[in-house]
Ligand binder design. Structure first.
Ligand SMILES: [Zn+2]
Length: 406
């Protein structure tokens, strides 16, 4: 619970943040409209807007009819092409660096391969150099870079600046990631878990009114999730909120998981698990269509091919895919009954496959009454958030801070 009051500066920051977020969400608005939306006096709005214009964050664009006889009002817009942020995302065996405009448009992005358990200090130094080079080579002026957003797999510490564990992405634990990036880049930085960064980007880019709460599920190499309520992404007491991939599913004899346990949801329902399970039982008799699609070669087995085989009637492939869809649906149904989210957003290539989506949708209906039917949908940014999410972390921080760097 918030127990501190706001001084005048806090109030100013809050008003500026509301103006910026409304201009981002709704596009062009007049001073009058903004004042009405924020329930501020026209004089107060004129003052705030004058500041934002002088700082180059907002500009005036012609005029629009006000509804009155012949009167026209000036439209205000965010100036999205002058400032940008840098973003770095650290995953298992790879990272990406990018420069992102404050409306989310990616100026440039590149992937950097990393070893497993990459040496933390050396890696941060190398990625910082790549970030600054990327910005320079793409004509981004240092003075127009607002800050750096860092997204990392794993668990962030309570201070919001240290990463407690990256599950083998980096070689160390309790590492002050923000401080080290700030030292090497000279940029103010913010840090988030990578899946939470994707949800933040999804919400920011969606612009339209959002439901009160969103459960965001990412199926990539693993299974991760993030949950937002009232516009805030929940962290949990130990910063481990919504780690759905590590819900125990197989009680005995399950496959080992990278988290150190075995039998986690991720070990049977992730795209990688589907591929591994199909590889293990690939044979002319057990998986005949998959055998044909891969010429009997294990290294030709991909998740998409397993799903294609299942769709084509391969009983062995279908058994693996159906088990994955069923386990994932069971976990998601628990989410629906526990949290009552306004929306379940699915993110990941596997949700583009009609076989997997139809199995998942069918399983979601099993044992559920109409009052708990999940409003489930594929993200409309599927596959597109990774290059912009980290950079947008800083943009969102900047807007929430009223467009002030202090
Ligand atoms: Zn696990």
């Amino acid at each position: 619970m918030r127990t501190e009051g706001d001084n005048m500066n806090g109030l100013k920051r809050q008003n500026r943040a509301a103006v910026l977020m409304n201009l981002h969400r709704y596009g062009g608005l007049s001073r009058k409209r903004l004042a009405a939306m924020l329930r501020l006096t026209p004089a107060a709005m004129t003052k705030i807007v004058a500041e934002l214009i002088s700082e180059g964050l907002v500009y005036e664009e012609g005029s629009m009819p006000s509804g009155g006889a012949g009167r026209r009002e000036i439209t205000l817009r965010l100036k999205t092409d002058s400032f940008c942020t840098l973003g770095v995302s650290i995953g298992l065996k790879k990272a990406s660096v990018s420069a992102v405009r404050i409306d989310g448009a990616v100026i440039a992005s590149e992937t950097v391969p990393l070893p497993n358990q990459a040496p933390a200090e050396e890696t941060v130094k190398m990625l910082s150099e790549r970030l600054l080079t990327l910005a320079r080579e793409n004509g981004v002026d240092r003075e127009n870079v607002l800050g750096l957003g860092i997204a990392v797999r794993g668990v962030i510490a309570a201070d919001g600046r240290t990463v407690k564990t990256t599950f083998d992405a980096l070689d160390t634990t309790d590492f002050p990631l923000c401080d080290r990036f700030e030292t090497y880049t000279g940029l103010p930085s913010v840090l988030s878990n990578n899946v939470r960064a994707l949800l933040a980007a999804q919400t920011f880019l969606s612009r339209e009114e959002q439901p009160e709460s969103i459960f965001f599920l990412r199926c990539g190499s693993g299974i991760g999730a993030a949950f937002s309520a009232g516009g805030e992404i929940l962290e949990g007491d130990k910063r481990q909120c919504a780690e759905i991939g590590h819900i125990p599913v197989i009680k005995r004899g399950g496959k080992p998981c990278h988290c150190g346990k075995s039998g986690c949801l991720e070990t049977i329902a992730s795209p990688a698990a589907i591929r591994e399970d199909a590889e293990a039982c690939l044979s002319e008799t057990e998986t005949p269509l998959l055998w044909k699609l891969t010429n009997g070669k294990k290294d030709a087995v991909t998740t998409a091919r397993v799903l294609d085989a299942a769709r084509g009637g391969d009983a062995g492939a279908a058994r693996i895919c159906d088990r994955a869809a069923e386990a994932l649906a069971d976990a998601l149904k628990s989410v629906v009954y526990l949290l009552d989210p306004g929306k379940l957003v699915l993110y990941g290539g596997i949700f583009e496959h009609p076989y997997f989506m139809s199995r998942l949708s069918a399983e979601m209906d099993v044992g559920v009454d109409a009052a708990h039917a999940a409003p489930m949908e594929k993200s409309r940014f599927n596959g597109k958030l990774e290059p912009c999410a980290a950079g947008l972390l800083y943009t969102i921080h900047f807007y929430k801070n009223g467009g002030m760097t202090e």
